[in-house]
Design a protein around this ligand. Sequence first.
Ligand code: OGA
Ligand code: NI
Length: 347
Amino acid sequence: MGQTVLVDQAFVQPQEHRPKTVVSDADDIPLIDLSPLSSDSDVTSAPETLLAQVEAACRDWGFFQVINHGVSPELLRKAEAIQREFFALPDEEKRKVRQDEQNALGYYEAEHTKNVRDWKEVFDIIAHEQDEIDVVGLVLKNKWPQVPLGFRETFEEYAKSMEKLAFRLLELIALSLNLPPKKLNIFFEKANSLLRLNYYRPCPNPDLVLGVGRHRDPGALTVLYQDSTGGLDVKRQSDGEWIRVKPISNAFIINVGDTFQVWSNDKYTSAEHRVSVNSEKDRISIPFFLQPGSCINVRPLEELTDEKNPAKYNEYSYGEFIRARKYGNLKKLEVQNIQIDHFKRAQ
Ligand code: OGA
Ligand code: NI
């Protein structure tokens, strides 16, 4: 009964984590229209109905899509075209900007999630204002390819527009938690924000592998663009079923990361997600991870805890946390990669 396995064993998921046909598309994550936020106004003018939608989405799903977000469709088209051109280059050309033990930025094709190899290639870039950051002694410096032409300019512009949108969302989410909108901005002064270009080529055994294995994002929030192929699956909290996120042209998918789950003392959810691949079509996606600075300690916010709702997590250093995570993703380890559960207090 076994099917012919055409992929390297390193990519094969354990039986219980294979994508199968569990994905339901009867339901979908919430869709939020940001047009009530006029382009440069303060988010404090956001209507109550919008805040209520944001609150429900962050609480019940940890995921939502946004439309009318202010990022131009032309920029999305341009980024998508250049990204496709880069990943279509011969391997030896892509390897000129490959990540290594000294510098985990640039091209990489051997990332592991939970110790199984992902069916993907990536290109990592740190956000525009800095070309170099220090993650607790690990120096990361952007590597830019010579080809395709316009790669650097396009993704610098793209990262800048993602940063702008991510901060508006950060402020909107802060407001939905009854915090002053700019309350959380200080945690991003020396941010570790990262732009990642993902490329998922068609796979001869799509039911045995995952483009990205099940995981939660470690940062505050993620703003993700996906093309029209589809493949991102989110674990629905109500019943643990995997739900495919429907591609909507020019929309962004927003998800709350572990940092918000800890800040909000579990009010908001960092949802588990994964990427399924298919045998016919390739797929690109571009997540922007809004991540605190390395010297930031993450713990439940005082405003959101009290005697009745005591802090559920011990404080941890964001820099140490992502450093440990990054090391685990570059290689296959014999142990489970570090997770926020590690800092959960016994209740
Ligand atoms: C990620 C991720 C989803 C996608 O890179 O962390 O979850 O659709 N990607 O590519
Ligand atoms: Ni993710």
